[in-house]
Design a protein around this ligand. Structure first.
Ligand SMILES: Cc1cc2nc3c(=O)[nH]c(=O)nc-3n(C[C@H](O)[C@H](O)[C@H](O)COP(=O)(O)OP(=O)(O)OC[C@H]3O[C@@H](n4cnc5c(N)ncnc54)[C@H](O)[C@@H]3O)c2cc1C
Length: 396
């Protein structure tokens, strides 16, 4: 395949660069950083996402009629590269953009597309994902949250768990059981639920990092209009598989690749500035090997994503190959943060603002967060099952 860019794509890059030069706060990444406080950081990310939208840089490859830019998947990849180059902040509404929006775009009614998609792109509505339950994580088809149809409404009862960003969300897409008598996969539906609905309560779950990114979400006689179903009743498994293909696919990996390459740059900078026995830590050949491995793996993440984009551009469907992307990036990132802790040694676990902390004291937080990478969006064991069964045709 050809990795070079067309004149139109290079123009897209130049326009974006010019816009970014004005849009980021002065001193960004050098003297100005994201807020430390979790809630303030969430609002900072929301404000950044809204700024991107007002500049016309939201929904790069989504159709113009739904508020997108109508650009190509390759331009979407260029967008990711340029965001990486400037160390742009993350967005808050990642689940809205990557999962809810992409699923509605693919399977939603015209009315759902017209209503929800522009609001996702402007981040007027932040979204969360209500898939997992206490006994339905890897075995997602075991979902037990019920939705009973009564007239023009569903009445939803049950519990979800690990609902990331529920505390900031206006909407949730949820997999619910609409036919308890049908085989597991066949009795599910995919509902769009307004988080302001009476009967929803959210209880935060504190993580090892001290943060509360995710929550338990309870539904107690929550009314959802029947118009808020995506696909047909009992067709939810098929719709959820689309969501998972996006969650594990190249869009997600490319966004993450940005953040990992920024962290890697920070790690290399920190190691280059750290003295060791009259020289610098970076002069140690073992350290250099570890860094080289991570630099290679993070670049492979990018190339994997771009290659898959190019397959889609050539007409291939999204499918189980997303599992290869997910499996690869989650381990590459864990390797990288393990290398950071290893290389930086005893100073690595020290948090800022302690003067002994290394690289702004954030590597230990990233290391702790990376433990979840091989669990969420489907654990590595499940990705290997999918690759084995659906791609290699191995027996179950
Ligand atoms: C940080 C974080 C954020 C999350 N955010 C969300 C969110 O926003 N919304 C949401 O819906 N969910 C979210 N999740 C939930 C996540 O999708 C589940 O944790 C994940 O699917 C694993 O399910 P489980 O935790 O129930 O583990 P289990 O299913 O109990 O699995 C436990 C272990 O057994 C292995 N295992 C299970 N079945 C098999 C099998 N058939 N073959 C081989 N091994 C198997 C698993 O791989 C795993 O190692 C989040 C999770 C984390 C950690």
């Amino acid at each position: 395949m050809d990795f070079s860019y067309s004149p139109q794509e290079e123009r897209f890059r130049a326009d974006l660069r010019a816009w970014l030069a004005d849009a980021l706060p002065p001193g960004w990444g050098e003297t100005v950083f994201e807020p430390e406080d979790e809630d303030e950081r969430a609002m900072f990310r929301l404000a950044w996402e809204r700024k991107l939208h007002s500049g016309g840089w939201s929904g790069i490859n989504w159709p113009v009629e739904y508020g997108g830019r109508g650009a190509t998947l390759v331009e979407r990849a260029i967008f990711a590269e340029e965001m990486a180059r400037v160390g742009a902040p993350e967005g808050l509404n990642i689940i809205g953009h990557n999962l809810a929006g992409s699923t509605i775009l693919r399977h939603g009614t015209e009315a759902q597309k017209k209503y929800f998609l522009p609001r996702i792109l402007s981040s007027e509505d932040v979204w969360c994902q209500g898939f997992s339950e206490p006994n339905a994580g890897s075995d997602l088809a075991s979902v037990r949250t019920r939705a009973e149809r009564r007239g023009d409404k569903f009445i939803v009862n049950g519990q979800k768990i690990w609902t990331s960003f529920a505390q900031y969300s206006q909407w949730c897409f949820a997999l619910v059981r609409t036919d308890p008598d049908a085989p597991k996969h066949k009795g599910l539906s995919f509902l769009l639920i307004d988080m302001k609905s009476p009967g929803i309560s959210i209880r935060p779950l504190r993580q090892i990092s001290g943060e509360c990114e995710f929550n338990e979400t309870f539904f107690d006689d929550v009314e959802v209009p029947v118009d808020n179903i995506v696909g047909d009743i009992n067709d939810g498994w098929r719709i959820a598989m689309t969501t998972l293909a996006y969650e594990r696919g190249p869009e997600d990996a490319l966004g993450r690749q940005i953040r990992f390459s920024q962290e890697l740059e920070k790690l290399v900078g920190t190691v280059a500035a750290t003295p060791r026995g009259g020289a610098k830590l970076i002069d140690d050949p073992i350290v250099r090997q570890k860094l080289a491995r991570s630099i290679t793996e993070v670049e492979i993440m990018r190339l994997n994503a771009v290659r898959t984009f190019s397959k889609y551009l050539n007409g291939d469907d999204r499918g189980p190959d997303a599992s290869i992307i997910k499996l690869y990036w989650s381990h590459a990132a864990q390797n990288m943060y393990e290398a950071a802790m290893d290389i930086l040694g005893p100073t690595a676990p020290i948090a800022a603002p302690d003067p002994l902390s290394a690289g702004g004291g954030r590597f230990q937080l990233s290391y702790l967060q990376s433990k979840a990478f091989t669990i969420y969006s489907g654990s590595s064991e499940i990705q290997r099952n999918i690759i084995g069964e659906r791609m290699l045709g191995l027996p179950r």
